[in-house]
Ligand binder design. Structure first.
Ligand SMILES: *Cc1c(COP(=O)(O)O)cnc(C)c1O
Length: 552
């Protein structure tokens, strides 16, 4: 309803005239109540951010959980789960002291290094031996040595002060330029480094939201993305209040359904997304068709190459040609690629690139009226780690094209070898056609989480997928060491034999919770459990911790 400012005297006459008439008064009350209610109902049904169905469900569960008996039971459960997570950390670390207060006295370098080494040995997975999916992408003493030296010299630099550290800015500019070149950009291609893939994605979404608003007048921004898009897009939508329209994927190829994507485009669409490749299955959306949609409907297309970008750009030369998925496609306006994944740089860097400066300008934030001065910053961070930029820059130079092409060849070769081996194992299937380095498996015969339990007992740390249930291995350079791929295939084969002794047996142990969680209609309970899990990362001892051990 429009708000009209009426002088008060007039209101009085108006009121008197209308409401002397009882009949009119009743109609007025009825109609305002009705219109307020319809307004509320309208907002409720056509909420911008979530579908009607989801919100009815949420509201239902919200009120359910207010019923005292249900609430008490739920609180009890959450406490139990919370304690379970605490117990896990407690039992892993109880032989060590915790620093709960700043030490009074200075500690020596030797003391600090000793404790550092103790802490680093807390993990039980053999990642150096290739037992972990993704996570560490390259491990080589010579590279670490280089990083160590470069980082030591640059660790206190900050590109927030270009006048003080012009050399760090030069490094960042060179990284953007070299990477843009690899993705077939031209001299207009521009971008920034960020702290990681998630920040790159949030930045692209921010740029398109603001571009959409200012250039195309979009007030209720929506992004159209495949359901397989990385969760960073959901995060961006929550941070930036952009509605997400999820597009289904073909159940066999796991590529986004292009027809459905076209139908999801509206006047409010600020961007389209394709993953090259996606995280769950390592398959690649049809970027060419998405680019065509972008051109036809005049909507910018982002390509998420965070995971596999530093493989896709070398695959042609490595002898594994793939469909075009970079700036050669006219609709592709931006690409995110993680230097800290297959770029093999230490954690803390990624690159976001745009076809033209106009988009990048909508990524920047400038505040010009601050008493602290005119403040402009390219990304989320204010101060940024110059050391991370320098280490990334040094890594790129130390590999050179030949280094990356060789690494890509090894990684893709190993992935194809594993994929082929998995396809030969009965009762499991591979999701779609993996393009780079991720292979996901599922089963229609038994619950794949039972295989996961088996593999985890054998020391493998894989990624768990849901809707539908699956598991995946992200192959990194570490898995290219001799014997790793065969060890994996052997364990999968033996696991399947074991599970097939009783194919219909239920999942037990930790994975049962994961399977169960997919079936819980109240997703907010899954939220709460996830919060407990995150809380456990910040575990420090409490007086009653001994009691945790006595829990089942
Ligand atoms: C890892 C990943 C991201 C996010 O990167 P982070 O560096 O973990 O923030 C985005 N997209 C895909 C496909 C990824 O695999």
């Amino acid at each position: 309803m429009d708000q009209v400012l009426v002088p008060l005297g007039q209101v009085k006459t108006l009121y008197g005239n209308i409401f002397r008439d009882r009949q009119l008064l009743r109609i007025f009350i009825l109609s305002t109540t009705a219109s307020i209610f319809t307004g509320w109902l309208y907002d409720y049904i056509f909420d911008d951010e979530e579908s009607f169905y989801i919100r009815v469900k949420k509201t239902f569960f919200k009120y359910m959980k207010k019923i005292p008996s249900i609430k008490a039971k739920l609180d009890d459960e959450i406490l139990r789960i919370n304690n379970g997570f605490r117990k896990d950390v407690y039992s892993k670390t109880k032989h060590l002291d915790y620093y709960m207060q700043l030490p009074e006295k200075k500690m020596s370098k030797e003391e600090i290094m000793e404790v550092t080494n103790e802490y680093l040995n807390l993990g039980s997975y053999n990642w150096q031996g290739g037992r972990v999916s993704g996570s560490v992408y390259y491990s080589n003493a010579e590279l670490v040595d280089l990083i160590k030296e470069v980082y030591a010299k640059t660790s206190y630099t900050n590109p927030l002060h270009p006048d003080v550290f012009p050399g760090i800015c030069k490094m960042e500019a060179e990284v953007i330029r070299m990477v843009s070149d690899l993705f077939h950009g031209d001299e207009n291609t521009c971008g920034t480094m960020t702290s990681g893939g998630t920040e790159s994605i949030i930045m692209a979404c921010k740029a398109y939201r603001d571009y959409g608003k200012e250039v195309r007048g979009i007030k209720k921004p929506e992004m159209v993305i495949p359901i397989t898009a990385h969760s960073a897009f959901a995060k961006a939508s929550l941070y930036l209040r952009i509605k997400v329209k999820y597009v289904p994927v073909d159940p066999i190829t796991t590529k986004v359904d292009i027809k459905a994507m076209r139908k999801a485009i509206s006047g409010n669409t600020i961007m389209l997304l394709g993953s090259a490749p996606n995280f769950p299955y390592g398959t690649m959306d049809d970027i060419e068709s998405i680019s065509e949609l972008g051109v036809r409907y005049n909507v910018p297309v982002h390509v998420d190459s965070c995971l596999g970008g530093f493989l896709t750009i070398f695959m042609d030369e490595a002898g594994y040609p793939i469909p075009t998925c970079d700036f050669r496609l006219p609709g592709v306006m931006s690409i995110s690629a993680d230097t800290h994944k297959y770029g093999f740089a230490p954690k803390g860097t990624s690159v976001i690139m745009y076809r033209k400066l106009e988009y990048l300008h909508h990524q920047y934030t400038t505040t010009v009226d601050w008493p602290g001065g005119v403040y402009g910053s390219p990304t989320v961070s204010g101060s940024r780690a110059g050391g991370a930029i320098a280490a990334c820059w040094a890594t790129l130079l130390s590999f050179g094209k030949e280094g990356y092409v060789a690494a890509t060849r090894d990684i893709v070769h190993t992935t194809k070898y594993i994929e082929k081996g998995l396809r030969r194992i009965e009762h499991i299937y591979v999701f779609g056609q993996p393009v780079t380095s991720v292979v996901a498996i599922g089963s229609t015969v038994f619950d794949i989480y039972r295989l996961q339990t088996y593999l985890s007992e054998k020391g493998w740390n894989l990624n768990i997928l849901q809707f539908p249930s699956g598991i995946h291995l992200g192959v990194t350079h570490i898995h290219t060491q001799p014997g790793v791929a065969d060890a994996f295939l052997n364990d999968v084969q033996n696991g399947v034999i074991e599970v097939m002794k009783d194919p219909t047996a239920p999942v037990i142990g930790k994975m049962a919770v994961y399977g169960y969680a997919q079936g819980i209609p109240d997703r907010s309970i899954v939220d709460e459990v996830t919060n407990c899990y995150l809380d456990a990362m910040y575990y420090t001892p409490r007086a009653d911790d001994e009691k945790l051990l006595m829990l089942e």
